[in-house]
Design a binder for this molecule. Sequence first.
Ligand code: 3HC
Length: 286
Amino acid sequence: MDPVTRLGVVGCGLMGSGIAEVAALGGLDVRIAEATHDAVEAGRRRVTASLDRGVRRGRLSEERRDQALAGLSFTHDLSDLADRQFVVEAVAENRDIKTEVLRTLDKAVEDPTAILATNTSSIPVVDLAVVTERPAQVVGMHFFNPVPVQRLVEVIPALTTSEETVRRTRDFAGRLGKQVIQAPDRSGFVVNALLVPYLLSAVRMVESGGALPDDIDQGMELGCAHPMGPLRLLDLIGLDTAQAVAESMYEEFKEPLYAPPALLRRMVAAGHLGRKTGRGFYPYDA
Ligand code: 3HC
């Protein structure tokens, strides 16, 4: 099987733009699909800004940035992904939206051996695999935020995923410079199953008036050498995404520690989603 040179990425938000950036820097031909013209333009700005920042900080030469940008193309029509060998979907963490994207991609991507990977954080991969005609070529490929920085990818085979698909996905992640762990197809996989109860416990600590956000964050940063405390991390991940992940995990396990606390729900309802909306547990420049 030829190595992947033509990648599709569906969704150009926080995760999709990072995946596209890393792949373009790796020399791949990357086509990014977003739902609307405006979303395409926002995605283009996000990837360009991140590459520009790399140049400003001296991590990237102008030539490498320009090569990466030349390797990126954008569309708002999933049928433009017809010739892709590998597609990663990174749309919102919503079961209905992801199901629809997988179903449409399955029809759009012509090569029946092409792999459709989902960057879901918590939805069982098998549920997305079985809506396609190629369940053996559907796999979980879970990146971490910020994608250009975090070295890990969880590869999650569903019960239907072939060994060949797992092998090709591991190879592909390796070519993006990522370290792979294989994770079970249970909600939260490995990392979120451990991380989410911790993050939610921090929200409950704020909710109960037990401690201030900055004291909690400093506690974990200075006491345990975490690069950022749990509430700063929630602001980075996005509170809406965190709530969606917690809901999927609670639905699967009915474990009270996974249930989104009321404060998290209220903040999401208020639109205080973290960095991306300029306000979460902390204020940010818009
Ligand atoms: N793109 C590229 N590089 C970036 C970046 C981005 N978006 N953000 C940070 N960096 C890199 C840069 O190399 C930067 O150095 P630079 O000066 O050369 O630009 C370096 O990281 C340090 O960045 P900053 O000085 O801006 O900030 P920090 O030192 O505070 O680091 C951080 C920021 C990398 C986000 C670090 O705090 C961290 O690793 N935090 C933990 C993140 C984490 O736990 N992620 C996992 C979340 S869980 C998840 O994603 C799963 C999902 O399913 C919920």
